[in-house]
Write a protein that binds this ligand. Structure first.
Ligand SMILES: Cc1cc2nc3c(=O)[nH]c(=O)nc-3n(C[C@H](O)[C@H](O)[C@H](O)COP(=O)(O)O)c2cc1C
Length: 390
C-alpha cells in the first residue's frame, strides 16, 4: 500500500451506497452507443475500470428522456447514449451488472445539452433546442468551439416557455426512475460546462424576469427543482451528485461566483433540494478559487468552498495524475504524478473534499486506481487515449 495515498482507500458510505475507496472515474463522453444503446463493449469498458479498483464510476453524459436532450453540440457528437427505451435500458442493466460483478459502483450522468445542441440534429431533429432566454452565450468568449459553430449558435431562439421548463424537469425525474430500475447506485446530474442546467445558473444566458431568473438564488431554482424532482422519484437513500463549474464551453473565463457569498447563493438552494455530493469541475484541482482572500480561505479550491458552504460531501477533479489541465495547450500531461498526488493529499487531509475524480488518467489506464494503491509506476499519458477510448 502506498502510505501517502492510504486515506483515499478508506471506504465511504453515502446513503444506500458504500464506496470501497474515494477514487471516482469522472464522466467522459465516448460516442460508442449507436441508436443510444450501450452494447457489450461499453459494459466491458466500465467493467475494466471497476476491476482496476476504481470505487465509483460516473458514466459518460447520458441523454435524459427529452426530445432535445442530445444532438450535435459543437464537438462532433454522434452515437451518444440515452436512458430511455427498452433496448437502451437493457444495455444499461448489463453495464451495471458487469460493474457490480467487478466490485464497483456506477452512477449515470444525466445530461441535457440545452443551448449547446444544434437545431435540427440528434435523434429528434425536429425538436426545438431548449434555451432559458434563447441565448447561447457571448460572442467574444474564450472557447475551443469552431467559429462556424459559434456563429450558428449565436442566432437567438425562443426562450423556454413555462410548460417546456416543466417538461424538462419531468424528463429528469423519469430518467432517474429508469436509472433506479436499471440498478444504478446513484444519480449524477450534469449541471456544468454551459449545458442546460448551467445556463439557468449563468447570468449571461439567463435573462429571465420571471420566477426562473433574477438574482443568483432565483437562477438556481431550475437546478433545485431538477434535484427535488429526482429526489422525490428515487427516495431518500439513493445518492445524488451534482456537478457544477465556473467555466463554460462558451467562455472558459466565465464565473458564476466571484466571492464565497455569491457561491453560497447558488449552491445552498441546490444543496437543500437534496444533493449529497457536489462535484466541483475545474481544469486543475490545485488552484485556489478565491485566491485574494487572506489566510487558509485563500488556499481553498472550488470543492473546498462547496464543502465549507454547504456541509455536503464534495469531489475534486482536474489534472489528477497529470501535469496539465484538460484544455491546456500541452495536453500530453506528465507521467510522473507523485508531486501532483502529494499536493492532492495535502488538500484531502485538510478536509477540502471527500472524493477524487480522475478523468484522462483512468481513460488511459483502467488499472490506474490499483496502481495508485500499490504505489506502482503509472504509464505515461498519451493523447492517443482520447482517440481510442477503450
Ligand atoms: C474525452 C473527455 C470527455 C468528457 N466528457 C464529459 C462529460 O460527458 N461530462 C462531463 O461532465 N465532463 C466531461 N469531461 C470532463 C471530465 O469529466 C473531467 O472533468 C476533465 O477531464 C478533467 O479531469 P482530468 O484532468 O482528470 O481528465 C470529459 C473529458 C474528456 C477528456
Amino acid at each position: 500500500m502506498n502510505a501517502t495515498l492510504a486515506p483515499l482507500f478508506e471506504p465511504l458510505r453515502i446513503g444506500s451506497a458504500v464506496l470501497r475507496n474515494r477514487i471516482v472515474m469522472a464522466p467522459m463522453t465516448r460516442n460508442f452507443c449507436p441508436g443510444g444503446v450501450p452494447g457489450d463493449d461499453v459494459a466491458g469498458y466500465y467493467r475494466r475500470r471497476a476491476y482496476g479498483e476504481t470505487g465509483l464510476i460516473i458514466t459518460e453524459g447520458v441523454g435524459i428522456d427529452h426530445p432535445a436532450a442530445l444532438g450535435e453540440a459543437g464537438i462532433g457528437e454522434s452515437d451518444l447514449p440515452q436512458l430511455h427505451g427498452e433496448r437502451a435500458l437493457a444495455g444499461w442493466r448489463h453495464v451495471v451488472e458487469q460493474v457490480h460483478a467487478a466490485g464497483g459502483l456506477i452512477f449515470p450522468q444525466l445530461w441535457h445539452q440545452g443551448v449547446m445542441r444544434v437545431v435540427g440534429t440528434g435523434p429528434n431533429p425536429g425538436a426545438a433546442s431548449m434555451r432559458p432566454s434563447g441565448l447561447w452565450g457571448p460572442a467574444d468568449g474564450l472557447t475551443s468551439s469552431t467559429a462556424e459553430y459559434v456563429q450558428q449558435q449565436l442566432l437567438p431562439t425562443a426562450p423556454m416557455a413555462d410548460s417546456e421548463i416543466q417538461d424538462v424537469i419531468d424528463a429528469y425525474a423519469r430518467s432517474a426512475v429508469h436509472a433506479h430500475l436499471c440498478g444504478f447506485d446513484g444519480i449524477a446530474i450534469h449541471g456544468a460546462h454551459g449545458y442546460l442546467i448551467d445556463t439557468f445558473l449563468w447570468d449571461v444566458t439567463n435573462r429571465r424576469t420571471d420566477a426562473w431568473g433574477g438574482g443568483r438564488r432565483e437562477r438556481s431554482r431550475f437546478a433545485a427543482e431538477v434535484v427535488r424532482a429526482i429526489r422525490r422519484s428515487v427516495g431518500p437513500d439513493m445518492p445524488i451528485l451534482f456537478r457544477f463549474s465556473q467555466w463554460k464551453q462558451q467562455d472558459f473565463k466565465a464565473k458564476l461566483a466571484r466571492t464565497p457569498g455569491e457561491l453560497e447563493e447558488i449552491l445552498l438552494p441546490i444543496a437543500e433540494a437534496g444533493v449529497d455530493i457536489f462535484d466541483a469541475s475545474v481544469r486543475y484541482f490545485n488552484r485556489a478559487e478565491f485566491a485574494d482572500l487572506p489566510g487558509a480561505d485563500g488556499q481553498l479550491n472550488l470543492a473546498g468552498w462547496a464543502r465549507k458552504i454547504t456541509g455536503r460531501l464534495t469531489m475534486t477533479v482536474g489534472g489528477v495524475g497529470l501535469s496539465n489541465g484538460m484544455y491546456d495547450s500541452n495536453k500530453q500531461g506528465g507521467s510522473n504524478a507523485s508531486d501532483n498526488l502529494d499536493l492532492l493529499m495535502e488538500r484531502f487531509q485538510r478536509g477540502e473534499f471527500d472524493l477524487v475524480g480522475v478523468g484522462r488518467s483512468l481513460l488511459h489506464d483502467p488499472d490506474w486506481t490499483r496502481k495508485a494503491r500499490l504505489g506502482e509506476t503509472f504509464e505515461p499519458f498519451s493523447n492517443d487515449s482520447l482517440k481510442v477510448l477503450t
